[in-house]
Each structure stands twice: as C-alpha cells, then as structure tokens.
Write a protein that binds this ligand. Structure first.
Ligand SMILES: Nc1ncnc2c1ncn2[C@@H]1O[C@H](COP(=O)(O)OP(=O)(O)O)[C@@H](O)[C@H]1O
Ligand SMILES: [Mg+2]
Length: 383
C-alpha cells in the first residue's frame, strides 16, 4: 500500500466547516462582525449550501476567542413552538449557566418556565425545564426571549444566532412570533442577534417590509457564490496537501460541474480524491473528475427524488422545463413544448419555486439555484 492510499481525504462537506476546511468569505465575515460589534443585529440570507452556517460558525469561533459568548440554534430542527421555547431556554442557560452557588436564585428568573436542577452522575448540577401550563404559548415564548438578558453577566457581550429563521413561520403564531420577539429584544442593547436563512425572499420581506415587526431591525447581508479563483486555489491547495497535483483546466472542471457552489465543490473534490486514491494516482485527470461527478450525483439522487416528489405537479413540470430550457417560459410555444399547464398556473408555480428558493431570476431568466438538482431534472426527463 502506498502512503497516498492511507492519506485522509482533505475535503469536508455535509456539516458546517471552519478553520482549514474553509475558504474565502473573509470580507463578508468581517463586515458582519463589525456590524455586531457596533451593536447591530444582522441578517444573512443566501441559497442552501452556499455556506451560511459555516460562515457564521467561523465568525462565532472568532467572537468566542475574544470572549463573546455565543448561542446557536437551528430552527429547522424544531417540530413546534414548544420545541423552540425549550431548546432556546436550554441553550441560553447552558451558555450562561450561573455558578453553582447562584443556582438557588435561578427560579426567580422564571414565572412560567420551571427550572429543575438535578445532580448529574458525576455530581455536577444539571438543569432541565418544565412548564406550568400544559400548552406552551406566547407568554412562555416571551419569557424565553427575556432570559439571556437576565442571565448575562454585567458588561459582557452576547451573540445569539438563529439559523433558518424563516421557519418560525411554521410555528402557527403568525406575526405574533415576530411581534413578541421584537418587543423583547429591542431592549437588549448588549446582545447581537444574527438571523440566517435559505428562503431568501421570505427573510428579505421579514426585515424589509414596513408592515413587519422586524422592519429595519437588522443590517442585511446576502451570500453570493464565492469568486471562482478562490475555489480553484482551494482545490489546488487541498490536493497538494495530500501530495496530489491537479492542473488548472481540471480544477476548473470541478468548479464548473459544481456550479461553484461550496458544498458541491467540496463534495466533488472529495469524490475526486477517492477516485484518484483508488487508482493510486497522484495526478488528477479530467476523466477522474467525470467519474467522481457520477458518484457524487448517485449519492445525492435519493434526496433529489424526494425533493421532486414533494413538489406539486405544476411545480414539477415548471422546475424540469426550466432545467432544460431557462428562456421563454412565459410563451405559449414553450408551454406547449414542455407540456405545461396554462399561463396563470405556470405563473403561480414560478412564484412558489421562487418563494422556496428553488429558482431565482438571474440575468433576466429564472434559473435553478441548485445546479446538481437541475442536472438531475435533465437527466431524468423523458423529453
Ligand atoms: N467558506 C467555505 N469554505 C469551504 N467549504 C465551504 C464553505 N462554505 C460552505 N462550504 C461547504 O458547503 C457545505 C455546506 O455549507 P453550509 O454552511 O452548511 O451551507 P448553508 O448553511 O448555506 O446551507 C459545507 O459542509 C462545506 O462543505
Ligand atoms: Mg445552513
């Protein structure tokens, strides 16, 4: 066995990446950090898999190194408002857990949320929460939002990150959620709130529509694709770090096949590394990348199939037509050619796909935001 065969894969994908697995994004990260240091809240939106969560994880690492306490929650993981309130309370408490001596005072912080202190097996006090009312509602939500300011040590800064924030719309409170949160957090001048989300338009509306509670309450950032040369450099460096070389045209092929989306760039890099390692090669060829793309696509296919099935029929048809042919979707001829429903149904389907950030208008045409999903739609089209 050669050394190279035992070398660790230098690419990371799936979970948030930080440190050496992270490229570019310096400028936007610094701007966001400055905004937070300046006492602002921040909203960052951008399509799935562009690197929002990673960017914020990287930023949190830096903030924590400077002594700022950070709390992170992904709203995507919560099934209900109760889930959110309990997770928020626990996460805030865990980060700001007062010294054991202060634990007996903690019940004074709560009215509706009842903290329960138990001793863990190794003798440390552990906190869990129960609630007075059987049903968790607005009052409990308000209390959870008040907690960080109550627990925050004097003169300390705190940052609270809520990932996939637009999903709070699913909690059934309507605008109440935003109203309650805004009314509590607008008094938290020493706490920076960071809102992330993949549903660009929904999040934009939340913070930019005058009728909404969060109107102008945060500085807005949008995450675009990184510059291509940063991706190229990252690929060349990562392969070099394991003794493999990749020519500029082949690296460019990886960037192109991945649509320059950071997730796919890392995934395709990773599969390419596996292909080359299998063959015990240390120079990557274009054919290796083609084989790797097939493997990557295979690994994603299940997800794409369920994404496709989850769309209503009109959206399935429109999504596939746009993957095959982005131009001309509003013409009669296009609709006939792609077996699409009537113009108004197509219009509605487009609006839904845009609202869910599956597609967006780029250079005057509706295009897929996930280049490999678009590939899947072309690949599986009977047309
Ligand atoms: N700045 C970056 N450098 C390197 N890889 C990145 C970067 N941002 C994202 N990625 C890749 O994309 C994947 C998804 O990133 P993530 O932060 O979860 O995206 P998002 O939150 O926008 O959906 C990561 O696992 C990683 O492989
Ligand atoms: Mg994310």
């Amino acid at each position: 066995m050669t050394m190279q065969h035992q070398t660790q894969n230098p690419f990371r994908y799936g979970a948030k990446v930080t440190g050496g697995a992270f490229y570019d994004r310096r400028e936007i990260k610094n701007s966001m950090e400055n905004a937070i240091d300046g006492g602002n809240n921040v909203v960052l939106y951008g399509p799935r898999r562009y690197g929002k969560s990673s960017l914020v994880a990287e930023m949190m690492t830096e903030l924590q190194a400077r002594g700022t306490v950070c709390v992170y929650l992904n709203i995507m993981n919560f099934a209900s408002l109760a889930d959110f309130v309990i997770a928020y309370t626990k996460a805030v408490y865990d980060q700001l857990a007062p010294a054991a001596a202060a634990l007996k005072h903690i019940s004074g912080f709560f009215r509706r949320i009842r903290p329960v202190v138990r001793m863990s097996e190794d003798g440390r006090p552990e906190m869990s929460f129960s609630f007075d009312s059987g049903k968790i509602g607005v009052a409990e939500l308000r209390e959870a939002f008040e907690l960080p300011e109550k627990l925050r040590p004097r003169r300390s800064r705190l940052v609270i990150v809520l990932d996939e924030f637009q999903e709070v719309a699913e909690f059934g409170l309507g605008a109440r959620f935003e109203q309650v949160m805004r009314s509590v957090i607008e008094n938290h001048s020493e706490i920076g709130y960071v809102f992330l989300g993949s549903k660009t338009h929904m999040l934009k509306r939340m913070f930019a529509a005058p009728s909404r509670p969060f109107y102008r309450s945060a500085q807005t950032f949008s995450l675009a694709l990184p510059p291509e040369d940063e991706g190229l450099k990252f690929l060349v460096d990562k392969f070099a770090s394991v003794g493999m070389s990749i020519g500029a045209p082949v690296a460019k092929k990886i960037v192109e096949l991945s649509g320059n989306v950071p997730y796919y760039l890392q995934a395709l890099g990773s599969w390419t590394f596996r292909v080359a390692s299998e063959l015990r090669k240390n120079k990557i060829s274009a054919a290796d990348v083609d084989n790797a793309f097939e493997m990557m696509y295979d690994a994603e296919r299940d997800l794409f199939e369920s994404m496709f099935r989850a769309l209503p029929e009109s959206q399935r048809l429109v999504a596939r037509a746009l993957a095959l042919e982005p131009a001309g979707v509003m013409t009669d001829e296009y609709r006939t050619r792609h077996f699409l429903p009537n113009a108004s149904t197509v219009g509605t389907a487009i609006r839904r796909l845009v609202a869910d950030s599956r597609i967006d208008m780029v250079d005057g045409l509706y295009r897929h935001l996930d280049p490999v999903f678009a590939h899947h739609l072309r690949r599986t089209s009977p047309m």
